[in-house]
Design a protein around this ligand. Sequence first.
Ligand SMILES: Nc1nc2c(c(=O)[nH]1)N[C@H]1C(S)=C(S)[C@@H](COP(=O)(O)O)O[C@H]1N2
Ligand SMILES: [Mo]
Length: 560
Amino acid sequence: MSPTTEPGPPGTSGRAQHETGRGADPSRWWAPLLGVASALGAFAVAELVALVVGSGSSPVLVVGAGVVDRVPPWLKDFAVETFGTADKTVLILGIVVVLALAAVAAGILETRRPPWGTVLLVAVGAVGVAAAVTRPDATTLWALPTVVGVGVGIMLLRTGAARLRAWRSSALAAEARATGPAVPGEAPETPLSARRQREALDRRSFLVFAGLTTVTALVVGGTARVLSAGSRALTAVRDAIRLPAPTGPAVVVPAGADLDVPGITPYVTPNDEFYRIDTALRVPEVDPDDWRLRVVGLVEEEVEISFAELLALPLVEHATTLTCVSNEVGGDLVGNAVWLGYPLRDLLARARPHADADMVLSRSADGWTASTPLEVLTDPGRESLLAVGMNGEPLPLAHGFPVRMVVPGLYGYVSATKWVVELKVTRFADDVAYWSTRGWSERGPIKMSSRIDVPRAGATVSPDAAGDVVVAGVAWSQHSGVAGVEVRVDEGEWEPAELAETVSADTWRQWTWTWSGPGAGEHRLAVRATDADGTVQTSTQAPPAPDGSSGWDTVEVRVA
Ligand SMILES: Nc1nc2c(c(=O)[nH]1)N[C@H]1C(S)=C(S)[C@@H](COP(=O)(O)O)O[C@H]1N2
Ligand SMILES: [Mo]
C-alpha cells in the first residue's frame, strides 16, 4: 500500500484509460478496500467491547449461533455430512465471507452514493444486535459490542469516503487537464503541476487514513482476541479442583476389558480423544463459583445447589458409554468414560416431582435443552448422574465443565446436557427440547450396535504364521448390555466372537474373532451383536435421523 503506486488492475492499458477518462478514478479500487478497512475497525472495537461485556457476545459468534439455531435440519445434516466436525469452522468462514461482501458494498456505496453505505452498515448492525439479544444466555448488554463497533465503523467509512471523493475529483481534474479539455468550473489556467500536487495531497490524506485504520484495527482486534482467550483462566480454575473420592465403590477397570489387539478401540476413551458434539461455537465458560443448578417446574419444592454443595454430596462413580444419535453405522461418535457424579434420582427426590410429570427438560448455560423421560432419571436401577468428573478429572471444558448430565442408555441429544444449569420437571405434552423441534424424535433410546475396528475397511491383510487374521471391534447396547457378538465372512455362517470383560451393562465391550485360513482375494466382513435379553441386532438399515442409525457394520478387505 505504498502511497505512490496507482492501484489499478495490472494490464489495463493506458490508452483505454485516457479514452474513457475514468482510468484515473482511484475510487474504483479504493472504495471496496475502504469498506473492508472500516469493517475491520468495527470488528476490532466490537471485540474490545466484548472483552468487557462477556466472551459470548462477540458479533461473529452471536450471528453464528443464531444461524446454528435457525438453519433447517436438512441443511444442518448436509453440513455435518460434508464437513463433519469442521462444520462450525465452515459456518464461521461463511459468515466472514458474507460480511466481507457487505463491507465491499458499503465502501462503494458510501463513496458513490452517500449515505447508502452508512445505511447498509446500520442494517448489518441491526442483524447483529438482533442476534445478540436473542441468545438465550444474553443480557441486553450483549448489544453493546455490535452497536459500538458499527458506530465506529460508520465514522471510519464516512471519513474515509469523504477523503476518497476528494482524491477522486482532484485525480480526475489532473487527468482531464492532461488529456483533454479543462474541467468545468475550474479555472483553465490552473497549471497541471498544481493539480498534480493537489492530487498527491488528497491521495496521501486518504491512503494514510485507510492504512492507519487497517493497521490499528488489526493490532487492536488481534490483542482483543488474544485477551479473550479467557478460557485459559478457567482452565486454571479447573486444574485447581480436587474432586472427592466416590462414596460408593470406585470403578476398577479389569485388565480383561482391553483385548491385546493392535488397532482396537480402547475400552476407556481418553478425555482428549472423546468425541465432541454440541451447538456451541465457543465453549461456554461457566465458573464453578457462579454455577447453580435449579430444579423447578412440577415439583413440591424447588431445589437449588451450588458446586461446593454438589461436591459435598455422596458421589458415585459409574462407567457409561455415550453415543450420539448422529452416529452412522460404523461411525465414531461414541466414547466410554468413568463418570463421577451425584445420582439425579436423589436430587429429584429432594424436589418431589408431581405425579403428572413425565419429563425433565434440562437446560445448559448457553440455552440448549434436552428432554429426558422422568422415569429414566428416577429409576433406582439406572445410574443417571449429575456428573462432575470424567476419567478421574474434572470435566474438560468442552465436555460440560463444571457439571453435565450422563444417562445410561439414551442418546446424548435427549440426556447428556453439558454445562447444565436447570432441570425443569415438566411433561412431554407441554415442552419440547432443542433437537425435537428440528426433525429428531423426542425420545432417544440408544440402538444396539457393533463396529469392526480391525481390519480397517479397504485394508489388505495377510494371515499370520498360524494362517489366521484377527478381526476385532466394539459393540454396545447400553443398559441391557452386550451378551454376544457374531462375525460373518461374505454371506457365510455367523460365527461367535470372543467378548472382553466389562464393568457394567452401560458400556460397550470389545470383541475379537479369529478368521482361520481365509482364502486370497476380496472378502466382506459383517458384525452383529446380541443383547442380554437375547435380541439380535437388526439388519434393517436406517439413517441417523430421526432416532438413530441401524444395520450391520461391514468392511471389505483383501487377503493377500
Ligand atoms: N449444552 C449442550 N449439551 C449437549 C449438547 C449441546 O449441543 N449443548 N449436545 C448433546 C449431544 S447431541 C451429544 S451426542 C452429547 C455429546 O457429549 P460430548 O461432546 O461430551 O461427547 O452432548 C449433548 N449435550
Ligand atoms: Mo448427539
